[in-house]
Design a protein around this ligand. Sequence first.
Ligand SMILES: [Fe+2]
Length: 388
Amino acid sequence: MMNKLQNAFSHCKFEVPEIIFGRGLLGQVGSCARRLGGKKVFLVSDQGLFQAGWVDQVMQCLLNDGLAFVYYDQITPNPKDTEIEDGAREYIRQGADVIVGLGGGSAMDAAKGIAILVSNGGRIQDYEGPDKIHRPIPPLVLCPTTCGTGSDVSQFAVINDSAERRKFTIMSRCVAPDISLTDPDTLETLPDEHVCTTAADALSHAVEAYLSVASSTLTDVNAVRALRLISQSMGNAVQERRPEDMANLARASLHAGMAFSNSLLGIAHALAHPIGGLYDANHGSVNAVLLPAVVGYDLPVVSERLPELAWGLGHQTNGDVAMASEIVQESINRLLDVCNAPRSLKSLGVEEKDLPELARRAKKDVCILTSPREASESDLLDILEQVY
Ligand SMILES: [Fe+2]
């Protein structure tokens, strides 16, 4: 038994930030910033969160904790290099000393990008790829307000090069925040459409992290837990928005984030990044379109993984791979239907003439490296055509 356990853990590397999770805990944001030595907070969020009142609440918490702050909201979905450069200049000009990112993946990735530039200088593109950051970034607290990004625990930031209309990934332990603070109550004001798209993103994180060649015991535990929570709560969360189901989706996002931060992802995300870059398309929607076809492509090489994946999706198969294969595909499709996910690239505005270029770019994306099944440019093009 001991040898088996030792083998199971022999090649695990698993890193997560300090995690605070609970309803009503957003008020701890000031004490988190203070604990990290901050006196002047650079608060990165977006106009939607401002209108929903959460930015005001955070500002009040910061004031109550005796902290000064600067508010920066010049960010858009799929955050752009220029927005990050402007934010970094503002951070330096204002003499801030800690960053708080409040929002979805865009606000949090922008906060990470700003943090990288203020301590390392240069252009944000200089840090593309693995381990290019040499100086420690300022203290960073990330507060997710959606059901799906995982950026609050991940070692990645995905930024859009606005001139090239290309998304690129920064990978470094340095960009995992010091503290991830989730208050599921912030989901109360998340528009229905974003509940669906971000939950679809979390679903794709959990499935791709589980099937990744870099998965481990620890990432599996988190990926499967995320799937259990999504399959149990997605329907009620989307249809009735019950607080406990919304909290389960937030918890699923956290578990899926811990999984993929340590195991990386696969072909769905490798394709989603160039599509998001070229069309500024919604990331969760793109993944929803791609995921069923990518799982179908992976099936021949992941058979022994399927029974546990099916269990995560709520079904006992007693190790029957054929049954598990059917159940996995059906369950993923059913969950995507529950959240009314788009099912074609065309419906997202993708142009057919661009498919070969998207396949070419996806072949260079870092997420392709951990796909369980190798894919040539032609294989990637086949998948794109299948879901066009
Ligand atoms: Fe994602």
